[in-house]
Design a protein around this ligand. Sequence first.
Ligand code: HEM
Length: 268
Amino acid sequence: MFQFVQGEVLKRRQLLNCQQPKSSPAQCLTDAYNLAKVQAESAGDFETYSDFQIVRVCMELFFGGTATTARSLEWLLLYMAAYPDEQSKVQQELDQLIHRNQDTNKSAEEICLDDRDSLHYTQAVIDECYRRVSLSSNGTFHRATRDAELRGYLIPKDAALMPLAYAVHHSERHWSHPQGFHPGHFLDNDGRYQPSRYLIPFMIGRRACLGEGLARQEIFLIFANLMRRYRVELGSDCCYGDREKLLEGRLSLIRVPEKHTLRFSRRF
Ligand code: HEM
């Protein structure tokens, strides 16, 4: 992996070197890093930027962004198979959007990001799945940089902190159906999408997930376009016996579903 990413970083540098003028805007993170490195070195700073660092940063983006996004999609499809009525409502909303787009001569082949604001139910289903599953249930550990007090408890400097997203996502204080699958948590009385500050799958604060924007876009696009074209059902070999167990999954670094299969059939 290291060698592969290193090779790609070198390719970008060679492309950048051929580029005229040299100040052309960066087309990716690696370009931006390489340009900053050249600038720093021409000012005599050979310390701040290193090839090793940009290769590691790229690798971390891939590590951080691959399993999380793929598992989120896997969960969404599993929940749609387990809740066929919810799936139908999503598909109805997508079909209506496509018909409206056809009427206005807009390209109707694919759902795109511009459509997101019109797809209230679809967005609510995605958020409800983030909530119910709580992919990163335990978040990641952090360390207190100084003594602090929270609701009368002392949190000493250097204490390890483990943010329990699962508890926030399943608290009766914030959700009317904490243990159910209820997209209504994210809809107002007029059926319009309404985000909640208590949904924190990417955590909060300065060290929250760097890839949230990208992940949300990817997941919306892939999910909406799959739902538009395919009906998804639980495979016949699935362990129907314990549906709740299947939907609860098991916790490793991120929450993963129990072994299952899904069947896709084209809708048109
Ligand atoms: C559904 C998909 C994703 C979920 C649920 C998710 C969740 C998280 C969580 C819970 C954290 C820990 C935040 C904290 O320490 O408080 C995190 C950190 C991080 N994520 Fe994601 N992530 C997702 C996708 C991505 C993607 C697509 C990328 C990169 C393109 C990414 C890159 C990162 C990075 C670099 C960090 C470390 C940030 C830091 O320590 O400052 N993630 N993510």
